[in-house]
Every structure is written in structure tokens, then in C-alpha cells.
Ligand binder design. Structure first.
Ligand SMILES: *[C@@H]1O[C@H](CO)[C@@H](O)[C@H](O)[C@H]1NC(C)=O
Ligand SMILES: *[C@@H]1O[C@H](CO)[C@@H](O)[C@H](O)[C@H]1NC(C)=O
Ligand SMILES: *[C@@H]1O[C@H](CO)[C@@H](O)[C@H](O)[C@H]1NC(C)=O
Ligand SMILES: *[C@@H]1O[C@H](CO)[C@@H](O)[C@H](O)[C@H]1NC(C)=O
Ligand SMILES: *[C@@H]1O[C@H](CO)[C@@H](O)[C@H](O)[C@H]1NC(C)=O
Ligand SMILES: *[C@@H]1O[C@H](CO)[C@@H](O)[C@H](O)[C@H]1NC(C)=O
Length: 325
């Protein structure tokens, strides 16, 4: 399957780095913004609004460069600004804020790969996230903390209960328990300086509703995958600065938070966009099973990244047809 992206009059094939292909004007936004950069940004903005596209790390790109590059171009006639934020929540939030502060955008489509926590979602599938939580905001408590402290799950994560086999004279271990708190959020139209308790950050409902058109429509590559890949719309997501490769923790998150996919950026992008009052959606392909993978499983990263971009491309088209981009 060759993905076609229209760039001006030229047809070009795409990959996760589709945006390298649409690169027309490159703006580097770093700590010190020169007058010439501001002038260029002003010029770019006068041609807007754009759709912001934000991804994490195209496998082919070289190591992190702290001065982020914003690439301006078109995908299917839609004006876009693309940026790669780098791994982790701080990078994701910072790049989102830069998109919001500097550019004339209508909203942000965030995309990348992730791990599945959900037995029904597997390698090469692509998930459209409906809402996402930062699942690593917690109190780390002593073992003798008796009552459940979590605000957002039914139970704390009692680490001692995972201690198998237990030492004969020991009922638990000293890591105690983890109580989940949720985030502190500044709503776009809230009282100045007042943050509120919030656990779930939502993709824009209208965009999620439009994304249902993608189901059974996008041509996904199934070569070498253990099952036929699919698009799943409306899943709950989990984000944390944790690379999740542990079956017990995977199961805990799935049971307690009802989250199907895990990554290290989505909640930061959705939270930051929401706080700034921008439309947003997160699209994540599943390249691993977060610790449920059988030993010797090959890497499905590249094919999943390509499937994710296939979904992104069709989604941009749907936004365009509905005057959302
Ligand atoms: C589909 O995936 C296979 C294996 O990952 C790859 O070799 C092939 O080029 C892909 N096909 C298309 C049309 O992208
Ligand atoms: C980052 O990108 C800039 C602009 O292209 C380049 O001059 C610089 O050498 C890069 N820095 C690193 C650490 O690669
Ligand atoms: C368990 O037994 C070991 C070996 O006798 C001892 O060193 C340890 O302190 C005991 N742990 C507890 C919690 O009593
Ligand atoms: C996300 O949606 C839920 C359910 O509608 C709502 O309770 C929550 O406040 C929303 N989150 C934000 C940040 O608006
Ligand atoms: C997402 O979370 C909600 C609220 O806990 C739950 O009702 C729903 O079943 C979850 N969705 C999935 C696909 O698990
Ligand atoms: C992903 O897409 C790129 C560009 O079309 C292609 O070169 C590459 O072979 C694809 N990889 C896989 C695993 O399908």
C-alpha cells in the first residue's frame, strides 16, 4: 500500500515522516526568538489558520534537538504545521504550548505509537483516544497506610500484594502502596489563578464523532501482523513518563482506570490544548502489548507507525470535508 499525500500539484508517498515530505518552510523556535523568526511567524500566521500536527519521534529522525523545528505545508490541501516534540510529557506539553502561543492554529491532531493494555486491541491496530489520564500522579505511601487514598481508582496499587512468593515472615514489602490523585487543571474559561482537580482530558467530541467514519475504511497494512489490523475509536488512554512493559501493572491500569492504550505524551498534549481552549485529538497505533508480549515477538513499530499515518491522513481529509480544517 502506498500512501499518497497531495503536496501542491505533486503526489508524494508518505511514511511516519510524511511531514519531512511537506516541509516547505522551517521555523526553529528556541529560547531566544530573533526578530527575523517573529517576522517569519507573523507571515506564516497571516496565511492561516492551520491544523497543528504533533508527533513524538519518527524512528528515522536523529537524536533530540532542543530547538524544535516547525514545518509548514499542506496535506490533502489542508494547511498544516507539523512539529516533533520528543519523548515524554514535559516535551509534549512544551511543544503544544509553543504551537498554541506562536501559531495561528485551529486545533491539534496528535499521533504516534503506543502500547496496548486491552486484550481486544493488538499489534498494528490504531486507536482514536476519546479521553486520557495521567496515570502517574500519585502519593507513594508507607506500608502501614491502611485506608484507600486514591481519588480516581477504587483501590490503591498495593505493591505488597504483588510480592509472590512472600517471604515466610513477611506479609508485604516496604514499598507500601500507591494512591492515584489526578491532575490540577487550569480550565480555559476558569477563574484566573484557580486550578481544579481533573483526571480525564478529552479529545474534542466532534472530532471523535467524525473519527467513527474511519472504522473499516482506512486501508491498513497487515503484512506480517499476527491479526488483521483495525481502527478502534473512542478508547480511554493512559499517559505517564513510564515505559510500560510489566504485565501486573498493565492489568492493574486496565482494571482500575479502564484504559486501553498507554504512551508518554497524549495526556500532556490533550491537557495543554484543552487548557488553551484548542480542539484536539490523539491517535495512537499499537506497536506492543505493554508487557503482555510473548518472548521473541518481532518489532511491529514501523508497520504500526505507517498504519497510524494512514489513519491520520484520512482523518485530516474528514476534518477538511467537515470544515474543521
Ligand atoms: C507492508 O508491510 C510490509 C512489512 O512490514 C512492508 O514490507 C511493505 O512495504 C508494506 N506495504 C506497503 C504498501 O507499505
Ligand atoms: C539543532 O538544529 C539546528 C538548526 O538546524 C542546528 O544548527 C544544530 O546544530 C542542531 N543541534 C543539535 C544538537 O543537533
Ligand atoms: C524475616 O526474616 C529474616 C531472616 O530471619 C530477617 O532478616 C528479617 O528481618 C525478617 N523480616 C521481618 C519483616 O520480620
Ligand atoms: C472530560 O469529560 C468528562 C465527562 O464528560 C468530564 O467530567 C471532564 O470534566 C472532562 N474533562 C475536562 C478537562 O474538561
Ligand atoms: C472508558 O471509561 C469509561 C468510564 O470508566 C467506561 O465506562 C468505558 O467502558 C471505558 N471504555 C472502554 C473502551 O473501556
Ligand atoms: C512504511 O512506509 C514507508 C514509506 O512509504 C516505506 O518505505 C516503508 O517500507 C514502510 N514500512 C513498513 C514496515 O511498512
Amino acid at each position: 500500500m502506498v500512501l499518497k499525500l497531495k503536496m501542491g500539484a505533486k503526489q508524494v508517498s508518505s511514511s511516519l515522516v510524511l511531514l519531512a515530505l511537506i516541509s516547505i518552510l522551517v521555523v526553529s523556535v528556541s529560547a531566544k526568538i530573533r526578530d527575523s523568526t517573529l517576522k517569519k511567524i507573523k507571515e506564516i500566521n497571516s496565511n492561516g489558520p492551520y491544523l497543528g500536527l504533533l508527533t513524538v519521534y519518527p524512528p528515522e529522525e536523529a537524536a533530540f534537538n532542543a530547538s524544535r523545528r516547525f514545518r509548514v505545508g499542506t496535506v490533502n490541501d489542508v494547511k498544516v504545521i507539523y512539529v516533533r516534540c520528543g519523548v515524554g510529557m514535559v516535551n509534549a506539553a512544551a511543544a503544544t504550548q509553543q504551537l498554541a502561543d506562536f501559531f495561528n492554529i485551529r486545533g491539534i491532531v496528535h499521533f504516534g505509537i503506543a502500547g496496548s493494555l486491552d486484550p481486544t486491541i493488538s499489534y498494528g491496530d490504531v486507536a482514536v483516544i476519546k479521553r486520557v489520564a495521567n496515570t502517574a500522579v500519585y502519593d507513594m505511601l508507607n506500608p502501614n497506610a491502611q485506608t484507600t487514598h486514591s481519588h480516581v481508582t477504587k483501590d490503591d496499587l498495593i505493591i505488597g500484594e504483588y510480592h509472590q512468593p512472600k517471604a515466610e515472615n513477611e506479609s508485604s514489602n516496604r514499598l507500601g502502596r500507591v494512591a492515584f490523585r489526578g491532575e490540577r487543571f487550569f480550565p480555559p474559561k476558569g477563574e484566573p489563578n484557580v486550578d481544579i482537580s481533573e483526571t480525564w482530558f478529552n479529545s474534542t467530541k466532534k472530532w471523535v464523532d467524525l473519527a467513527f467514519q474511519l472504522v473499516d475504511k482506512v486501508e491498513l497494512n497487515e503484512t506480517g501482523l499476527p491479526q488483521k489490523p483495525k481502527v478502534v475509536v473512542g478508547v480511554n488512554g493512559s499517559t505517564a513518563d513510564i515505559s510500560l512493559e510489566n504485565l501486573a501493572y498493565r492489568t492493574f491500569l486496565y482494571d482500575e482506570f479502564k484504559v486501553s492504550v498507554h504512551d508518554a505524551e497524549s495526556s500532556a498534549v490533550v491537557m495543554t490544548s484543552s487548557s488553551n481552549g484548542y480542539k484536539v485529538i490523539a491517535i495512537r497505533g499499537l506497536s506492543d502489548l505493554s508487557g503482555a508480549d510473548k518472548a521473541g515477538t518481532p518489532s511491529y513499530r514501523d508497520i504500526t507507525a505507517n498504519n497510524t499515518v494512514a489513519v491520520l491522513r484520512d482523518f485530516i481529509q474528514i476534518l477538511h470535508e467537515n470544515n474543521e480544517a
